[in-house]
Design a protein around this ligand. Structure first.
Ligand code: FES
Ligand SMILES: [Fe+2]
Length: 413
């Protein structure tokens, strides 16, 4: 692995150099050290591949994989490229297969990736064919490590990644389990969007309680989120995973400091249809927002009754794709499904809340481009030191510092 010819400004993580978001070599190194390193990546839901042969294609880092139920009790995650001459075999996003056959020369593979057939392997009428020492066992589709945890499929390019629960750490396990407890899941729908911003900005954004009520004016306007409500920023021991929880906004009519003075709230606005934000309690605790960001590839998020998975696919230093899977539970009735769709629209990529994030992240990327080599982002809100403690307030950027503590370690920066 090549060392990066850059030096981090200072010894801490309160100044983040712009080049981590723009530099091509840094990005290539992230692919090697992070995406293809000892990390679990989100590969989909068990519910998406219900029967033997059901598959979906998805992208982990920049590599496309086939996620397939290869036996009743087995899910395989295979690199989507033929071991003959590299052709990307599956073109569809999802479907059902008996086996996997490459269109070019018809090499055929079993659902677990084992190479089963090579046409004319023994030649034609005794002429040509593969040499005797050709070993089909060495030419199966490349198989990733797989662990299915509470209905979620995790894959890793490395066989040294610790078991998922250990990888996540007990503190974050609580946040994970709150959203995906093992109850059977049902997909409600998908969105896909391209964001012209570095992939790390998406993770920072969900770990940044500071912006919540300031950028997303909709939230304080309709009482969904206020900066003074009880909240908790949780991180694992390394700082790489993060979870933000917040409890319902308190009624501050009784006095005390008016924290809304810094917010651009127009009190005269009313929702024409209150069902947009009316929630039915369903998960443990009374959090109106609960997230669990599993580094580096995914964010699980609950906001009112919207449950969603935001899968991050990096696309060069300057952009990423976000694939949203909106989900519910197998036993949801039609009313609940409709509620999830309403809430999912509000908190989806084109909704009145999250659209603010995509836009502001693209604006950040444009700012970084202006001073790639010399500029730094300042991340000083909240306490100093190793940033993996629960804080209970929102005037903090500890979640971002925690992230970069781990980032510096894993990147050797
Ligand atoms: S490239 Fe796949 S069979 Fe030849
Ligand atoms: Fe946001």
């Amino acid at each position: 692995m090549n060392a990066i010819a850059k030096s981090w400004p200072g010894t801490g993580v309160t100044e983040i150099p712009y080049w981590v978001y723009t530099d091509k070599d840094v990005y290539e190194s992230e692919l090697d050290r992070i995406w293809y390193g000892d990390h679990w990546l989100y590969a989909g839901l068990e519910a998406e591949v219900p029967e033997v042969g059901s598959y979906r294609t998805t992208t982990l880092g920049e590599r496309q994989v086939i996620v397939v139920r290869s036996a009743e009790d087995q899910i395989s995650v295979l690199e989507n490229r033929c071991r003959h001459r590299g052709v990307q075999i599956c073109q569809a996003r999802s479907g059902k297969l008996d086996g996997i056959t490459c269109p070019y020369h018809q090499w055929s593979y079993a659902l677990d990736g084992a190479l089963q057939g090579v046409p004319f392997r023994r030649g034609i009428k005794g002429k040509g064919g593969m040499s005797r020492d050709f070993s089909p066992a060495d030419h199966g589709l490349l198989r990733l490590e797989v662990e299915v945890v509470n209905g979620v499929i995790w894959a890793s390019f490395s066989d040294k990644t610790p078991p998922f629960r250990q990888y996540l750490g007990e503190r974050l396990w609580k946040s994970y389990e709150r959203i995906v407890s093992g109850r059977r899941l049902r997909v409600v729908g998908y969105n896909r969007q391209l964001i012209p911003a570095n992939w790390k900005l998406v993770i920072e954004n969900i770990r940044d309680p500071y912006h919540g009520a300031l950028l997303h004016v909709f939230l304080p306007t309709f009482g969904l989120f206020r900066p003074d409500q009880a909240s908790e920023m949780r991180m694992d021991e390394t700082g790489r995973h993060g979870s933000l929880m917040s409890l319902p906004a308190l009624d501050h009519a009784g006095g005390g400091e008016d924290i809304t003075r810094d917010l651009a709230v127009d009190a005269s606005l009313q929702l024409a249809d209150k069902r947009l934000i009316e929630a039915v309690k369903e998960l443990e605790g009374s959090e109106t927002l609960g997230s669990c960001c599993v580094f580096p590839s995914v964010i699980f998020l609950q906001q009112v009754n919207a449950l969603q998975i935001r899968h991050i696919i990096p696309k060069g230093a300057d952009g990423c794709e976000l694939v949203w899977t909106h989900f519910g539970f197998a036993e949801d009735d039609e009313e609940m499904r409709q509620r999830r769709i309403r809430h999912g629209n509000l908190f989806g990529p084109g909704g009145l809340v999250s659209v603010d994030d995509s836009e502001v992240l693209a604006m950040a990327q444009r700012g970084f481009k202006m001073a790639e080599e010399s500029g730094t982002a300042t991340v000083r809100m909240g306490t100093g030191g190793r940033e993996n403690t629960n804080e209970g307030h929102m005037a903090t950027e500890s979640g971002i510092r925690g992230l970069y503590q781990y980032y510096r370690e894993v990147m050797g920066l």
